[in-house]
Write a protein of this length. Sequence first.
Length: 364
Amino acid sequence: MRRYRIGVLEGDGIGPEVVPPAVDAVEAARAVVGGPAIDWVPLPMGLTAYEREGSTLPAATVAALETCDGFLLGPVSHHTYAVGRPEMANPSGTLRKRFDLYANVRPARSFAGVKTRYTGVDLVVVRENTEGFYADRNVLDGNGEFRPDADTVISVRVVTRKASRRIAEYAFALAAERARARGRQGRVTAVHKQNVLKLGDGLFLDCCREVASRYPEVAFDTAHVDAFAMFLVQRPEAYDVIVTTNLFGDVLSDEAAGLVGGLGLAPSLNVGADIAMAQAVHGSAPDIAGRGIANPVAEILSMQMLLAWLGQRHDDDAARAAAARIAGAVDRVIAEGRVRTPDLGGRDRTADVARAVVEAVRAC
Ligand code: NAD
């Protein structure tokens, strides 16, 4: 049986409420399908780490992650972190760059039992995760921003051929895989603002076109980000894989989450060549933190994506089976609708949903 080391970083706000249910779901699935073996490695990160160790991302945490096969990152209250202080760096952005987690994969799909204006949504935003407006190369203060004088801020956007080609490759490979699994044609839509950002998005689009020519079986189209934001609310069911740069992907994936039930249901995986980081799309939700009412599903499904990725990467049937078990259990709990947190119109608590998912994992 394969054994994995998985880092667990609870983070800020609702992190300590929604991260443990993701671990519990995996433990339940492991017990049912008989593997894989997992060593969970709890690691300090975020404001608690800052208070205890003087850093939101202690060096020992990063060193421990280097020994892991993957990790689960809770949300961070980044708006409270001081600007320009390395000891208050954003752990999320830092880890994405440190481990070269170049693809942020953010699925949005309609759930049976969740009433929205749409049915049949089944799309994935593939967001370039290492550069764009969130690059910090050669500039001060992180996130590609610097302040030449008190009244001016310059935000630098970095677009490289290497990163654009790599993210396009990821998107087309994913579309081809989804097409095989669904028995229909795959499609990639590249979203950009090339009419204004002619050089940067021009380069990004050139790379997408080059990769598209190697995937004749996958349909390819492009859209300006402003028009696309409208198309997405008009006909989200028309889209399959959406590939885009960092900032646009960040925004559009929250929009996509809103179409299918909200951030409480929106998972994501940050994928690199050798390691992946599960991380729900949502933030630390300070408005509901500490009340025990956050929806744990986004975090559970993020962990489920990590398990599926480990299964694929290591050709590990047990990890794949455990991941499938969790996905089925979550679908069932949501479809039955007996246990719901307030974001989905219910009155139940985080712990109630977490328990229902574990029970469904055992019963499926
Ligand atoms: P947010 O995602 O934290 O919250 C937006 C809204 O969605 C809030 O009303 C919140 O209650 C709700 N929500 C989010 N997750 C939920 C869940 N699991 N269950 C039920 N409701 C949920 O975004 P924000 O308020 O704009 O940002 C708060 C903080 O989070 C900021 O510091 C921001 O920088 C940070 N942030 C962090 C991440 C991350 O760590 N990955 C992502 C986005 C924002």
